[in-house]
Design a protein around this ligand. Structure first.
Ligand code: GRF
Length: 193
């Protein structure tokens, strides 16, 4: 069976992208990373992906009259993915783009959705006195962090955790979750075809 082609969109560090990329090295992984694209030319994850032989593109929206999205859509068309995985991509996705990729556009969010949509999720969980938080992989819909949940992982909050400590631990769990859930999702979709 051909592997599903996944384009990953990042804005920075790209550690979740790296987790997907390394997972895709396994012989039985049902997806391959066909491109890593960024809205930030200096995104650290781009160099990592390029060193692994994955095509990359950085789109500097400031340098483009038409803005980010036409150039990004062109780069996506060239990569010809079956799915798009957002991994720390810090942009609101336009509704038209979401519609074109409906059911094939996934994201990872550092909370147990529907709790704590948006930013500062770890501080919100600590401030609320929660003893558990986590991460969620979900489908992207026009409303931010609100699409169907594909998988979650719980992470215990320790006494004395600050947002930084919690972020570091949740990130470890994210790196386990994202490849596993994306693989399950892709396998389910292939079976339906
Ligand atoms: C992760 O915490 C992810 O859940 C959130 O942004 C962060 C990206 O980190 N959407 P990285 O760039 O994957 O290291």
């Amino acid at each position: 069976m051909d592997r599903a082609r996944v384009a990953v969109l990042i804005s920075g560090r790209g550690s979740n992208m790296a987790a997907l990329l390394y997972a895709a090295k396994a012989d039985d992984c049902p997806f391959a990373i066909c491109a890593v694209l960024s809205d930030k030319p200096q995104a650290a994850g781009l160099a990592l992906a390029a060193a692994e032989g994955v095509p990359t593109a950085a789109i500097d929206a400031k340098a483009l009259k038409a803005g980010l999205w036409p150039a990004l859509e062109a780069a996506i068309a060239e990569a010809n993915p079956d799915y798009i995985a957002l991994a720390g991509f810090m942009r609101i996705i336009p509704a038209g783009f979401v519609e074109r990729w409906a059911g094939r556009l996934v994201n990872i969010h550092p909370s147990l959705l529907p709790k704590y949509k948006g930013l500062h999720t770890h501080q919100s969980a600590i401030d609320a006195g929660d003893d558990v938080t986590g991460a969620t992989v979900h489908l992207v819909t026009p409303e931010v962090d609100s699409g169907a949940i594909l998988g979650q992982v719980e992470v215990a909050i320790l006494p004395g955790d600050d947002a930084e400590a919690l972020d570091a631990r949740v990130l470890i769990a994210e790196h386990q979750l994202y490849p596993r859930v994306l693989a399950e999702f892709v396998r389910r979709a292939e079976r339906k075809q």
